[in-house]
Design a protein around this ligand. Structure first.
Ligand code: KG4
Ligand code: ZN
Length: 329
């Protein structure tokens, strides 16, 4: 058999995984740094790098042990080369290069965003093309039309914050742990969406903006004596979902697609999953979501994306790059 060792250290998760071409995940280890960054309400880059150094070798060792395959069965090592925090990326990239040298295996630099795209195909799921892709993570928010697997047209992105960032910052204002996304979603379910937060750029083509929404929550908190956390969460999530759903619908009206792909950490949101299902049912198209455990950062998606690079003979020598658009390998 032939496998890829995927390595991911672009932000605050140290991850390794062994995957085959079909998207079966033989093993996957993720060490998160949530405790380290919780006090800051966001990722503290210097601490992230230091934790990666401590965690990378144990993570890879455990991944190899769990997969129980022969070294000869690993065809290549795929490692995230960007976008991400340079210090964090460096740890994964240098470790991968050292392993490749020692094992005499090719080491390929992978675009983290292509990894997220391919997360929707892990565990033998399939994206049908042409597709509309909504990527919603801690670092990115954009819509892209993909006529085929390797053709990408960026339609609109955020002018300021990403959705994940807005979730995390609102969570921080409410005194919640980091990352706040799942907690805000959970609290929202027991609250009432009775606060009229703005929906920035809702009528504006396919671009996004979330900083105004974030500030509106801050202003509301400053103006009220006894805020109800659940209601704030419910109203915030309501605004975010309306924006995301309206934009997806608008994009799908403009471009004929056979599916809608939603990936990135926020794709774990049950509210978003529900809203997306409604859009797809209405239009009779396929909804492609990553299995829940592969929505947030992991190395299995990086491993699966590595096959694309092998197929295209794109042996990109990994060197960390902080900004890397989806349109680039
Ligand atoms: O894709 P990801 O793991 O990392 C980046 O590439 O940025 O996304 C992390 C983001 C965080 O902002 C986190 O709060 C958010 O995804 N997130 C969620 C949920 N789970 C994670 N946001 C909303 N609802 C969730 N259930
Ligand atoms: Zn990510």
């Amino acid at each position: 058999m032939s496998y890829i060792l995927g390595i991911e250290t672009s932000c605050d998760d140290t991850a390794a995984a062994i995957v085959n071409r079909e998207g079966d995940v033989l093993s996957s280890v993720i060490i998160n740094q949530n405790k380290i960054h919780s006090d800051f309400g966001g990722v503290y880059p210097e601490f992230a790098s230091r934790a990666h150094i401590q965690n990378i070798i144990p993570t890879i060792n455990q991944t190899l042990k769990d997969a129980s395959i022969e070294l000869s069965e690993i065809s290549a090592i795929g490692v995230t080369r960007g976008p991400g925090l340079i210090g964090s990326l460096l740890i994964g990239v240098n470790t991968a290069l050292a392993l490749g040298m020692g094992w005499q295996k090719p080491v390929i630099g992978i675009n983290h965003l292509r990894g997220h795209l391919r997360s929707a195909e892990l565990e033998r799921n399939e994206i049908v093309y042409p597709t509309m892709m909504l990527l919603v993570s801690g670092g990115h928010t954009f819509l892209a039309y993909m006529p085929s697997k390797f053709e990408i047209q960026l339609l609109g992105e955020t002018r300021d914050d990403s959705v994940g960032e807005a979730y995390d910052k609102v969570g921080r204002m409410l005194g919640l742990d980091f990352p706040a996304g799942p907690i805000v979603d959970r609290l929202a379910k027991s609250g009432t969406a009775n606060i009229a937060f703005p929906r920035p750029l809702i009528n504006q083509a396919l671009e996004f903006s979330f900083s105004g929404l974030k500030s509106a929550v801050a202003r509301y908190l400053a103006s009220i004596e006894t805020p109800v956390t659940e209601d704030i969460c419910a109203s915030f999530v309501d605004a975010v979902m309306e924006i995301l759903i309206v934009k997806c619908k608008r994009a799908l009206k403009k471009y004929s697609c056979k599916s809608l792909v939603i990936v990135g950490g926020v794709a774990a949101s049950p509210q978003l999953r529900e809203g997306a299902k409604e859009i797809c049912d209405e239009r009779g198209i396929k909804l492609c979501l990553p299995p829940l455990k592969w929505s947030t950062d992991n190395a299995a998606m990086i491993g699966l994306a590595t096959w694309d690079y092998l197929d295209k003979e794109m042996y990109i020598t990994p060197s960390p790059i902080s900004r890397l658009p989806l349109t680039e390998f």
